[in-house]
Design a binder for this molecule. Structure first.
Ligand SMILES: Nc1ncnc2c1ncn2[C@@H]1O[C@H](COP(=O)(O)OP(=O)(O)O)[C@@H](O)[C@H]1O
Length: 283
């Protein structure tokens, strides 16, 4: 599989020498590539590389969960800029101090810092032979989308959606095992349908006994900070959605419930259901 960044270096001022543009021409996908069939979405990608997808969606919607599952299925890295920020926070140094205040207020990190963190991550992946990516949490601003568009081709942008009431509860219920790194959610969601909108129920995703005593909560998952993050997300997301919609790359997906209901429907929407069945049978 060709590398993500097989190709001519771009002189983008932010990505500098670490992020490159693809020189591969856009061609029709091979018919054996299941997620490239049908739909109104532009799904033709350069033949010689893996998928380059973006996941958009409010804090708490489950971008990380679904992006991570798809990355395992498709064999591409799941790159969450929130994780890159948390790694930078955990390291000692001036960047960590600078980021702590921003993140703890639910604000966005500057485009320059985030692009620098992402380009370093992509470069490290390239050195390990990674190909393709599913980006989660990037781009968050039009500037980031433009930089990304200048340096590489995005095949598909999946916009996950849930009602706002559910998002706050889901963020407050998020837990991570500090040993194995797996994510769980202790929230019981039961939103009644009204005004023609269907109700949503989600069972908690509880940890196995070995993780139960090692759960940690993200410092920015407090009610006040979650609400600030949602407000900032809502203010910045519309132009991004419009931008990708105008390019024919946006796939809107209303999550019907928790993982058991949503995962098969998402695979169907991505035309990946048969592919997943074959992969599971082969495993
Ligand atoms: N693309 C980005 N641009 C600016 N800041 C970002 C970006 N991605 C992550 N961050 C920072 O990291 C924090 C955590 O991000 P993330 O884990 O994606 O959380 P969530 O989507 O739940 O708000 C954000 O609140 C923001 O401060």
């Amino acid at each position: 599989m060709a590398s993500i960044v097989r190709v001519a270096r771009s002189s983008s001022s932010f990505f500098g020498s670490r992020f490159y543009s693809t020189s591969a021409g856009i061609t029709h996908a091979s018919p054996s590539t299941p997620f490239l069939h049908g739909g109104g979405i532009r799904r033709d990608v350069a033949k010689d590389r893996n998928v380059q997808w973006v996941f958009l969606g409010c804090p708490g919607v489950g971008k990380g969960t679904y992006a991570s599952r798809l990355s395992s299925l498709l064999g591409v890295p799941h790159i969450a800029t929130g994780d890159l920020v948390r790694e930078a926070l955990a390291s000692s140094g001036p960047l960590s101090q600078q980021l702590t205040e921003i993140v703890n207020q639910g604000k966005l990190v500057s485009d320059e810092i985030i692009v620098d963190l992402l380009s370093k991550r992509l470069e490290a992946g390239e050195a390990k032979g990674e190909s393709g990516f599913i980006l989660d949490g990037f781009p968050r601003t039009m500037r980031q989308a433009e930089i990304l568009g200048d340096v590489t081709d995005i095949d598909l942008v999946v916009n996950l959606k849930l009602p706002e009431e559910v998002l706050v509860e889901k963020c407050l219920g998020r837990r991570t095992c500090n040993q194995c790194g797996k994510g769980f959610n202790i929230a019981h969601i039961n939103l009644k349908g009204e005004n023609g909108k269907p109700g949503i129920s989600m069972d908690p995703l509880l940890p196995p006994p070995q993780c139960a005593s090692k759960l940690i909560t993200r410092a920015d998952d407090t009610e006040e900070v979650v609400k600030a993050r949602l407000r900032i997300y809502n203010e910045t997301s519309q132009p991004l959605e419009d931008y990708y919609r105008s390019k024919g790359k946006l796939m809107e997906f209303d999550l019907p419930g928790g993982i058991p209901e949503s995962w098969p429907r998402l695979l169907e929407a991505l035309r990946l259901d048969e592919y997943e069945e074959k992969q599971s049978a082969a495993a």
